[in-house]
Ligand binder design. Structure first.
Ligand code: FES
Length: 97
């Protein structure tokens, strides 16, 4: 089996850059990235904290099943792993189930 990772990284790097904000900080992703993957690629691992214990939460399944990656966009809680980035998108941590 051939490892396609280097090719995928090269394909991602060829896509245009897209800027959005996360908790007021500018983040640069690539067109076609989800919010989760753009944040992951920029080094951000914590997207919210659990309501009971305040434990950090981030990307777990990366396919929309676990709801661990909830963030807030325009006041609504959305799964970061399913939300594509867009220029000027305003994303905040702390989405609630
Ligand atoms: S990481 Fe599981 S729903 Fe997003």
């Amino acid at each position: 089996m051939t490892d396609r990772r280097p090719l995928r990284l090269a394909e991602r790097s060829a896509r245009p850059e897209v800027e959005f904000t996360f908790d007021g900080q500018t983040v640069r992703g690539r067109a076609g990235d989800t919010v989760a993957m753009a944040l992951w690629a920029s080094g951000c691992r914590v997207l919210r904290h659990s309501s009971k214990e305040g434990a950090p939460r981030g990307v777990l399944c990366n396919m929309g099943i676990c709801y661990e990656c909830l963030v807030r966009i325009e006041g609504a809680s959305v799964r970061a792993c399913l939300q594509p980035i867009a220029p000027g998108l305003v994303v905040e941590s702390g989405g609630r189930p």
